[in-house]
Design a protein around this ligand. Sequence first.
Ligand code: GDP
Length: 666
Amino acid sequence: MKLEQTSRRRNLGIIAHVDAGKTTVTERILFFTGRIHRAGEVHTGDTAMDFDPEERQHGITIQSAATTVAWRDHALTIIDTPGHIDFNLEVRRALRVLDGAVMVFDGVAGVEPQSETNWRLADEYRVPRIAFINKLDRRGADFDRVCREMESRLQARVMPLQLPLVSGESLEGVIDVLRGVVIRWTDESGLNPVEEPVSAELQSAVAMARQKIVELAVELEESSVDRYLAGERIGLEELRALIRRGTMAGTFVPVLCGSALKNRGIQPLLDAVVDYLPAPEDRAALADEKAGPASLSALVFKIADNGSFGSRTIVRLYSGGLKPGQLLENSRTGRTERVSRLFRQQAGREEEMESAVAGDIVALAGLKDTRTGDTLGLPGKVTELERIHIPEPVTTQVIESDNREHKERLSAALAKLVRADPALRLAVNATTGQLEISGMGELHLSVLREKLERQLGTPLRMGRPQVAYKETITRAAETAWRHRKQGGGPGQFADLTLRIEPLERGAGIVFESRISGGAIPSEFIPAVEQGIRARAAAGLVRGAPVTDFRTVLLDGKTHPNDSSALAFQIAGRDAMDALLCEAGAVLLQPVMRVTVTAPEETTGAIMGDLTRRRGLVTGQSALSGAAVIQARAPLAGMFGYIGDLRSLTSGRAGFTMEFHGYEPVV
Ligand code: GDP
């Protein structure tokens, strides 16, 4: 089958600011490619892609489901990406495994703060993209303005490939500039577009638009520039090839438009995906460089538990081939597991595959000890692919159920969710025994709660969101510590000299032993480290875990009868306790990078409010009538910010918030 050629694959993401229309665009793609037979609508909670009920309720797409459709003899695998900043990790994960993206913009709202964040992330991962300006059926939508905003806010070189044909409040069709034809949709289904010649009065606008495309495209190829300057007409096929090259290199961004809701513009968008976005083989394969093309290498980017299907490990295969029964080694655990079956996922159903090749996104059954972000390879030959950056879980909430019976099921369900989402942490509070869940923000945790409530069929209670504090030390200290206990039975003896030193933010905990000549037998040394870590976890200033330090075990003594691992563990713990008191322990808090976009006249109020939240305004700029305020603010002051911002600006402001770093509380 032709689809088996990898040049006929596209792994793409559809990326957008919340509400720009990503779900609708995705769902229409499924509709026009024939996967579903009725165009469901988001507000009725009836779309094929968002099959998690929590996602429908929030009206935002959270999980990255991968679904494959066919268009013009090509297999398009759509990796669904979330738009909300609280799910930044999922956006990153998806960006890591896809080859190209369709960036959806709201034709009225234009380039919103989150579109900007997502755009920068896509830049970071060098994802080639095309833009789709949606909602052109709405009053106030303006294709040209959004193009200009893309240039000014995103520093994108835009290449409009279409011109919208708007009449009153309805989008009648689009002009395909390259071919010089009008594509008109005459019925509601959008299934039967008709093509017509461009009317006389629009001819010159189309000619100008074509000239812009040609000028951007020929720049890529000297011989084309020469021919263009000599007055030669550059043909359609050559232009398409140049646009494809420029798109893949990120030199410019083709822009298309439409109205997903009204079924307008989706077929040309699919054509552009096939024509301009890269096939897996067009992207410099990371794995090829590391492991060589012959070896198998796959990155796990999602663990999906789709109820009736059971658990699936969703991977992107970077090199090699995969068949059912294959043994795979996990680079993190060093253990091997057997793949029982392979599937290609489609919206709400699965299709079994007999084999998968490099470039495929495939769902594996049979793997139990695998987590998101793991690399899988042939036993003995696995080379870790780039680690996916995992953001700090900065918000913690107690989660509990009134019903005692549900308690165990709750912790089991939580453990499962933590396995699928590395941005979540689960802990049991040592004093209260309550379950504490940490994640990226309030929304991240509230989505989790709803998911659990649905699974367990019982309401859950959550405590107030708390900041996940940490502690660190500010100066070096040294101690000679002796732990000695005598009495009935065997005594305990451990003697050690321990030094502690501060490390830079993010360094974590480092332990080093400089014991030589067996002053402490090597089997007791890990016990010292365990004692240190246990003490560090309990904190000093406010009971938050101590981090970013190095401890060095300098010297020690043992007793012929009374020394043991336990004695050294206790000595490590108590020595650490003494060191913490001397090393100037301080409390660290998460500080967020906040960007607010708001009408000019509200900036005074917004900045005053940010200052009251102990935020520091770091920049201010103006963009087409709106002010963009940048600030850094402690997370502790930012809970509930969305509501307050709304009332300050009568709902006319937007904001994004990202983790910046841990800083001392002053
Ligand atoms: P997402 O949050 O980016 O996934 O956006 P959705 O697809 O959920 O769309 C958000 C809202 O905009 C929904 O109410 C849609 O019905 C509506 N919407 C999406 N596309 C269009 C469009 O082309 N025109 C209009 N007028 N509304 C649209």
